[in-house]
Each structure stands twice: as C-alpha cells, then as structure tokens.
Design a protein around this ligand. Structure first.
Ligand code: AMP
Ligand code: TRP
Length: 390
C-alpha cells in the first residue's frame, strides 16, 4: 500500500479499520474489480413501512436482499422517515416498522451477520439529507416521475418532504458510501439522482477532498476523478423487476391500490392466494408456445414472470413447460407454487411479530452498528463542507 493510501485509510476508512469486523462479523471484504476499485463492496437497500408488503416487494426487492447477503456485507433498512412524506399521521407506524423488519428476517436475512435497522435511529441520514438538499437542483427533483404520480394534480398541497424524498434516499445510501443497491424497476430514476448528487458533491468539493486526502480514485467516463462518494450501482435484474397488478397488467402491483385483489400480500393465507390468482385478469387465449408470443399480452406476461421468479427460473423455461396450455391449467400451478414459497414466510412473520421486544432488540443492535458507520462518514463530510465540529 502506498503512503497516500495508508494515510487515507487512517483519515477516512470506507469502513473504519478494525471496526468493520465488529460491525459485520465475518466481514467479506469484497473488492470491486471495476471502476470503483478502491471502494469495498457494500450493499444497501430500504423498504417503506406503509401498507402491506406484497409479492412485488418480495420478488423485486426482498428476495434479492436475501440472495446478496451470501457474498456481500449488507445493510437493510426500514425507512420509517420516508413513510412521513406522503402521509404524516399513521395509525401504527411503529407496528408497521416492526412488520417490515419481521419480513426481512422471515425471508432469510441474517441480522447478526448483516445490519437490519430502522432509519430514524440513525440521525445522520437526516443530517446528510440537509447537505444533499443543498447539492441537488430544483430542476433535477422536478423531473422525478414518482413525485409527479404521488403528488397528482394538487402539487401545491404535496408536502415538501415528498418533493425532497429522493435526497433522503440518496443520503440513506451514501451515508454508508454503499456501492450496490438492489431495488425494483420503479426506483431506477431515484438511483440515477443518487449518482448525480454524488458526482456533483465530488466535483464541487474536489479541492477540499484532495486537501484532506479523503478521496478515492474513480473513473467517470474516460476521466479519473478523486471523489468521496461512490457512484452507486443499481441492481435491477431478474424476471420480476416490475410485478404488475393482478387486475390490470398496465399498472404496477402496489401497496396503495384500493383493490386487495390486485396484489398478493405476504401475509395472505393459501386460500386468499389461490382465490386472487384464479381471479387474476387474463385474455382468452391459451399461453403462447414461444416467448415472443407474450408481447402485447401484459397480463399473461406478468403471470409467467411471477412464476419464473418464484421458481427461480426464466420465462423461457416456463413457456417451455406451460406453452399452449390454458390458464385453467397454469393458474392452479402458479397458485400452488406461490403458496409453497410464501406460506412459510408468512408463518415466520407471524411468529416474530408475536415477540415485538425481540424485533426491537434486533433494530436497536442494527442501529448501533449502522450509526458507527454513518458517523464516520459524517465526520468527514462535515470537514469537507467546512462545518465546524470537534
Ligand atoms: P416500497 O414498497 O415502495 O417501499 O418498495 C420497496 C421495494 O420494492 C423497492 O425496491 C421497490 O422498487 C420494490 N417494488 C415495489 N413495488 C414493486 C413491484 N410492483 N414490482 C417490483 N418491485 C417492486
Ligand atoms: N424509495 C424506496 C421505495 O419507495 C425506498 C428507499 C428509501 C430505498 N431509501 C432507499 C431503497 C435507499 C433503496 C435504497 O421503494
């Protein structure tokens, strides 16, 4: 290691030296081979504690969280502060927060080896959001399609928090200088914004970053730059990055759809799952014999995608098995598969929810470990920006 790198490690470790082993017992220390070679690989993601978790959340996000923990150090957050952006007063926000944590654990995330916590325990997320509010431009946030959808026609009446929500999301990720973020397709634009914020911060403060010796060398296009924040990679892959409503193949499956028949909730029992799949909208044709035949058939495409993701296979293989068959054959097979995969998670969630003190202890422990990392970043950020502290 060169002198410069050694100095950097003391001044500004990506994760403090020695502390990483405490924070992630059996830390994996995955190097990143590509452009961010000097950043250690770190996975971060979050889910909002609003409404019931559904199959879209599971296939688009949580199932990937579980898979990634095998080879990476991971931080999984229940983003309770995000829940205030669209609706301020909640019936049972604490209970909903525990339910998402229970879903993480029930799905197979190991909160001892990795970190599971709720966002509001680590105040540095909100602190970094303020800095990012001053980095991000109005024009950037004005382009966010999720804000436009959620605010609807009455923009004047949307909360300021809903507008700056992507800054909080960027802070969630970058306060850990996380390098990889698994999410569903709907979060792509927010992750692009996260990269824009990191890049503008790195550029605007390049002199301070160099003076303090806290930069990490990265390639931006052809150019090599010394930046403090990584340009985070989204992980949006697989057969179910966008699970659609069971009632309308053009609409995303969502927690807020008024029709419960539109989604399969993680807590639905076997009867409810079978009933919803039986009632799922389809067209009158049998399944096509070739994958290309799914084009322009959004409902069929969606059900085949769900089957492929649940069975851990590809749409192509599902068509090889069920091609030319009627939905009256395919739907019961899909219902059986969904019950087989989801029922054990629902049962484990119920078991965990019966002991909220245990969930709270997990979140407290996760929050303490996350807080150490977040504070290490914020100490450096305060110095880069020029905020006076000790
Ligand atoms: P949210 O419920 O909005 O907090 O979303 C939590 C995670 O689930 C995010 O990574 C979303 O991208 C993902 N997600 C939400 N709805 C869907 C869907 N219909 N299909 C795939 N992924 C989804
Ligand atoms: N905005 C995400 C959603 O609605 C949730 C989220 C908040 C998130 N912070 C995050 C996801 C950081 C990934 C990384 O789905």
């Amino acid at each position: 290691m060169g002198e410069c790198a050694a100095a950097r490690e003391n001044v500004n470790p990506i994760l403090p030296t020695g502390v990483r082993e405490i924070i992630f017992p059996g830390a994996l220390h995955q190097p990143i081979e590509d452009i961010m070679a000097e950043f250690q690989k770190l996975v971060f993601s979050g889910v909002q504690p609003t409404g019931n978790l559904h199959l879209g959340n599971y296939l688009g996000a949580i199932r990937k969280f579980v898979a990634l923990q095998k080879d990476n150090d991971c931080i999984y957050c229940v983003v309770d502060e995000h829940a205030l952006t669209a609706q301020l007063v909640h019936e049972d926000l604490r209970g909903q927060t525990r339910a998402i944590a229970a879903a993480y654990i029930a799905s197979g995330i190991d909160p001892k080896k990795h970190i599971v916590f709720n966002q509001s325990r680590v105040m540095q997320h909100a602190e970094l959001t303020w800095i990012f509010n001053c980095v991000a431009r109005m024009g950037w946030l004005n382009r966010m399609t999720q804000f436009k959808e959620k605010a609807g026609k009455d923009r004047e009446n949307a909360s300021v928090g809903l507008f700056t929500y992507p800054d909080l999301m960027a802070a969630d990720i970058l306060v850990y200088r996380a390098t990889h973020v698994p999410v569903g397709d709907d979060q792509k634009q927010h992750l692009e914004l996260t990269r824009d914020i990191a890049q503008k911060f790195n550029n605007d403060f390049s002199k301070r970053i160099a003076e303090l010796g806290v930069g990490v060398e990265m390639a931006v296009g052809e150019e090599k730059v010394n930046g403090y924040f990584p340009l985070t990679e989204p992980l949006i892959e697989g057969e179910a990055t966008r699970v659609m409503s069971l009632r309308d193949g053009s609409k995303k499956m969502s927690k807020s759809d008024p029709s419960d028949l539109s989604r399969i909730n993680l807590t639905d029992d076997a009867d409810a799952i079978a009933r919803k799949i039986k009632k799922a909208k389809t067209d009158p044709e049998p399944l096509p014999s070739e994958l290309t035949g799914l084009k322009d058939r959004p409902e069929a495409q969606n059900l085949v995608g769900i089957y492929a993701a649940l069975a851990d296979t590809t749409k192509e293989k599902v068509i090889a098995e069920f091609g030319s068959r009627q939905f009256s054959v395919f739907k019961p097979a899909l219902a059986d598969l969904a019950v087989e995969k989801l029922a054990p998670i629902a049962a484990e969630m119920r078991r965990l929810m019966a002991d909220p003190a245990h969930i709270d202890a997990v979140l407290r422990d996760g929050g303490e470990r996350a807080g150490m990392l977040a504070e290490a970043t914020m100490k450096t950020v305060r110095r880069i920006v020029g905020l006076l502290d000790d």
